[in-house]
Design a protein around this ligand. Structure first.
Ligand code: OAD
Length: 245
């Protein structure tokens, strides 16, 4: 705890990569592990372009459920501490694999979304009238599957599915973010690439690497500091250990 606080004291370049575990305390289920979404759902049936082509309604019912769940959730202490750091440290960058928008709702600056957003919809056919980045839709969806307002075709969730590329802008931002002094991987099982590879890239560039996770992951043995515990508790303690906070 103190080792990390000491590293943060000098206003360094900080990069944080987050995964589903940061939102666990907000009541948003993780993907893997006990109670994880992939225990009761198969990724290939719900989170691939092939699954959507096969059964868009089934996929949309799952996303509509997650949209409702996330709309009711509130950012937790982990989101709050990271948001405070984003305002305090001028060279703070956060790359999240999460699609729940809770970092943004906590007021975090400099967020790069690696896997898109549950709030975003996009035209499945990518019609000429709609933006390739899609559009934001808050609140409940009036019909499933929702429709593209331009061409009337089916809309898709604005998320990255298995087998799809990470948005180019997010990759560019991440390539910059690995040039940092302190790199934290928080609440991720560190098995989904390319997000999981950012830690190795940051380490290769000399960053002090830290993992925050209650369980061991493939990243644990390689980091400079592994803080075992829930992100909302560990980050709160680090924040309270920081001099002058
Ligand atoms: P996972 O569900 O794979 O991993 C969640 C991690 O959070 C696990 O390592 C848990 O031990 C940890 N965890 C649980 N509670 C925690 C807490 N309170 N504080 C900190 N950590 C906690 O989620 P991701 O690593 O985010 O991709 O998964 C990566 C990607 O795989 C997701 O973005 C999604 C998924 O399939 C797509 O859908 C493309």
């Amino acid at each position: 705890m103190r080792a990390l606080a000491a590293r943060l004291a000098g206003s360094p370049r900080i990069t944080v990569v987050t995964g589903a575990g940061v939102s666990a305390a907000s009541g948003v289920p993780t993907f893997r592990g006990a109670g994880g979404l992939w225990k009761s759902h198969r990724p290939e049936e719900l989170a691939t372009p092939e699954a959507f082509d096969r059964d868009p309604l089934l996929v949309w019912e799952w996303y509509a459920w997650r949209r409702e769940l996330v709309a009711k959730a509130r950012p937790n202490r982990a989101h709050e501490v990271l948001a405070a750091w984003s305002r305090r440290y001028p060279e703070f960058r956060l790359v999240t694999q999460n699609v729940d928008g809770l970092h943004e709702r906590a007021g975090t600056q400099n967020v790069t979304r690696f896997h898109g957003s549950l709030r975003t919809l996009a035209c499945h056919r990518r019609c000429a009238g709609s933006s390739p980045d899609g559009w934001e839709h808050e609140g409940p969806l009036s019909e499933l599957p929702p429709r593209c307002p331009h061409c009337g075709g089916i809309a898709r969730p604005g998320v990255v599915w298995f087998g799809e590329p990470i948005p180019a802008e997010a990759l560019r931002a991440a390539a910059q973010a690995v040039n940092c002094d302190v790199f934290l991987t928080v609440g991720t099982s560190a098995v989904v690439y390319p997000a999981a590879g950012l830690l190795l890239e940051a380490a290769a560039r000399g960053a002090f690497t830290v993992e925050i996770n209650p369980d061991a992951t493939p990243a644990t043995r390689g980091v400079d500091l592994a803080l075992a515990g829930p992100a909302e508790e560990v980050l709160d303690r680090v924040e309270r250990t920081l001099p002058g906070e």
